[in-house]
Ligand binder design. Structure first.
Ligand SMILES: [Zn+2]
Length: 339
């Protein structure tokens, strides 16, 4: 069972306390998923912030209000970014500049953030076009995806040059509490979650979400990677390492109890998806064809492209499991069939 202990959700620009010294912030997002949660932690003579919001005016305005009214005149000393996605990392440069704050990230996430904040280059464009062609997508969808994805860096402020590296198992203090870094994979290459045993609180990032399943995608350039296999390994390791009593602070939806139940649910969800997609491949199918049969037809442009990348993550895992194989047609399109 999942329980949501808080009856109210904070307004953008107004923190809400969720545990001793831990405050919940909400920032707007311009998508169907219309918000992200950030976490502000008391840290002696200043604050530590986890995640930053997307680089957009509504989020900057919410930040102005928080800074003016809710920081008690104390600076944000340290900014921890869980992973490279623009809703998490977008304002990292803007905020570190404003406070001369330190940026703490895992190495792979910092590198990916920097790469994407720099904007698309010709090699990236070629990767995207050939990737979605190989997936069997029609030309108009490929063009729309390329144009949607090209604007990604507009939602990022420039990434700071320096960062303190977070790695798996590392512990450090925020205020008087010790926090442990848990690296998770699948949603992002080296995603950081933070666990405090004394408070029994997990800052989960996007690794565990209560109401939606974290996006697990194969992206252009990922080649033979198996993000879904990686995600399932992390899910099992969180299940083994973390107590079920933990208050989970996720980046989307609301804080919740029921970590083990949710981890089991996520694993079962992907098992079902894998079985269903393996079934579609009884007849040879492109990734686009499998996606069309596996996702709702009511998707916008961005969601349609992510349906294909999610499908490819499942297909790659099925290949790893030996349940299907992939062949390349003469026109370069991948076709998947039961092994
Ligand atoms: Zn994310």
């Amino acid at each position: 069972m999942i329980e949501y202990p808080f009856e109210t959700i904070p307004e953008a620009g107004t923190p809400q306390q969720v545990a001793p010294g831990i405050f919940w912030l909400r920032m707007p997002l311009p998508f169907r998923l219309n918000h992200i949660n950030l976490w502000l932690l008391e840290d002696g003579d200043g604050w530590t912030l986890v995640d930053t919001g997307m680089a957009m005016d509504e989020a900057r305005q919410a930040w102005d209000q928080i800074i003016d009214q809710h920081l008690g005149g104390k600076p944000i000393k340290r900014i921890i970014v869980t992973h490279f996605h623009s809703d998490h990392a977008g304002l990292a440069g803007w905020l570190t500049d404003r406070f001369a704050a330190q940026l703490w990230m895992s190495d792979l996430e910092w590198r990916r953030t920097r790469l994407l904040a720099g904007g698309p280059d010709p090699a990236w464009s070629e990767d995207v076009l050939s990737f979605f062609h190989q997936a069997g997508c029609p030309g108009d969808m490929i063009a729309e995806t390329h144009s949607l994805w090209s604007g990604y860096n507009e939602r990022m402020s420039p990434t700071p040059d320096l960062h303190t590296t977070l790695s798996d198992g590392m512990t450090f203090e925020i205020g008087r509490q010790s926090w442990q870094v848990l690296i998770g994979r699948g949603h992002a290459p080296e995603h950081v979650s933070l666990y405090c045993a004394e408070l029994d609180v997990l800052i989960a990032g996007d690794q565990v979400l209560p109401r939606i399943s974290p996006n697990i995608s194969l992206f252009p350039g990922d080649g033979g990677d198996n993000p879904l296999g990686d995600f399932l390994v992390t899910t099992a390791s969180f299940r083994a390492q973390l107590p079920n009593t933990t208050l989970v602070l996720p980046s989307h939806n609301e804080p919740f109890y029921g970590l083990h139940f949710r981890l089991d649910q996520l694993a079962a969800h992907h098992d079902e998806r894998l079985d269903a997609m393996a079934g579609v491949c009884d007849k040879p199918a492109t990734a686009y064809g499998v996606a069309r049969q596996s996702f709702s037809p009511d998707l916008d442009g961005l969601q349609s492209s992510l349906a294909v990348t999610e499908t490819l993550a499942h297909l790659n895992h099925l290949i790893t499991l030996g349940r299907i194989n992939r062949q390349t047609r003469d026109d370069g399109v991948w076709v998947h069939a039961a092994a």
